[in-house]
Design a protein around this ligand. Structure first.
Ligand code: MRU
Length: 364
């Protein structure tokens, strides 16, 4: 996607041909800065400190992290240590494990001399594949928005939570890909953007990337969605997911479940866009998904731009109040109208999912 007319992906190889460049998402929306990753530790830090985030981009960064590790020493021990180090960065998004296992399965049988080049090739392939998958999700989801527009013959109002746009993937995004496709096709769309406390990925990232692409949107507080659905102001809700279990239960950013409940109560279709590497075929149900518990400072402190343009963090809570910060929740499949995948739109159920991806379901 483009930033001020310049095409960008969220991760790319540096000009030296081996280091890796990313967009520092902790600096958005006020500063667009890139950061150079030169070691597996840099890659691990970028993931755990959320310079990069979003399930697919976490996987892509981990893949390049493995390539950086191989460059520093391609022994079996280094390979295993890099795999373990990167896997420990964030627990919920399954794309991380998928990318690391894909890399390790390719590299392990190779002679150490051949591992560096193979690792870079595979990381690049994973990135290209993600961009292709997300564009296909966009094309498939476009049909939903087109149908809503034909029925209504007026602007289509969509609601999304967190950031499942191109910043969360290598390109295009998952939940936002159909919205970009619809906007580009001339369908009038408007997006309600949940701010997404505590880290405000909606207010900071989704609003930023929609704005850069010229997509009409309105940032709302997380508690507004139910009211907007109740008063007929949302035609469809669409989110991403960090891990979807084999039965179609969807784990996504904390607060997604509440939006799905409100959508169900108000007859608003609730879709989840997901690339197949986000499906965890080893987990029969969503209650088995590990939920990341993050630091309390994300709850007690909030960052924003101060009067002089500098980014400041201010305290919201009384000194000493205990703080809880579960980062994700699970929306049961029964609340999901459909899953938008690269192979088409399907019901959130074991049989239908396995029917769409038989080779992946069998391999698990
Ligand atoms: O904690 P984050 O910012 O990594 O969480 C991201 C989300 O919850 C996204 O909605 C999800 O990864 C889907 S992204 C395509």
């Amino acid at each position: 996607m483009k930033v001020d007319g310049v095409p960008y992906r969220t991760i790319w190889l540096g000009q030296d041909g081996w280091s890796v460049e990313i967009i520092d998402q902790t600096r958005l929306p006020y500063h667009f800065e890139t950061v150079r990753l030169a070691s597996v530790d840099d890659a691990a830090h970028a993931i755990s400190a959320m310079l990069v985030r979003g399930a697919p981009l976490i996987g892509a960064t981990a893949a390049y992290g493995m390539a950086l590790a191989m460059r520093a020493g391609a022994s079996d021990a280094t390979l295993q240590a890099a795999h373990d180090r990167l896997l420990a960065t964030r627990p919920t998004a399954v794309n991380l494990r998928w990318a690391l296992d894909t890399m390790a399965a390719l590299l392990r049988p190779l002679n150490p001399d051949a591992r560096v080049a193979a690792a870079y090739r595979e990381a690049a392939r994973i990135c290209d594949e993600d961009a292709g998958i997300c564009e296909a999700i966009g094309n498939n989801g476009l049909a939903l928005i087109t149908a809503l527009h034909e029925k209504k013959n007026d602007r289509v109002n969509l609601l999304t939570h967190c950031n499942a746009g191109w910043l969360a993937t290598v390109d295009w995004g998952t939940a936002l890909a159909p919205i970009y496709k619809a906007h580009d096709a001339g369908i009038p769309v408007h997006v309600w953007v949940d701010e997404t406390r505590p880290r405000n990925q909606g207010a900071a990232l989704t609003a930023w990337e929609l704005g850069r692409h010229g997509v009409p949107h309105t940032v709302i507080v997380d508690n507004a969605g139910g009211h907007l659905m109740q008063t007929g102001q949302v035609d469809m809700a669409i989110t991403g997911t960090d891990r979807t279990s084999a039965n179609g239960d969807v784990c996504n950013k904390i607060g997604t479940y509440l939006k799905a409940l409100a959508a169900h109560d108000n007859g608003v279709p609730f879709y989840v866009a997901l690339p197949s590497p986000t499906i965890d075929w080893t987990l029969p149900r969503g209650s088995d998904i590990p939920i990341e518990e993050r630091g309390g400072d994300e709850v007690s402190l909030i960052a924003g731009r101060g009067p002089n343009g500098e980014v400041v963090r201010v305290q919201l809570t009384p000194d000493g109040s205990p703080l809880g910060n579960p980062a994700f929740d699970v929306t049961p499949a029964r609340l999901v109208t459909g899953l938008v995948t690269e192979r088409g739109i399907c019901a959130a159920s074991s049989d239908v999912l396995a029917g769409l991806f038989p080779e992946l379901a069998r391999a698990a």
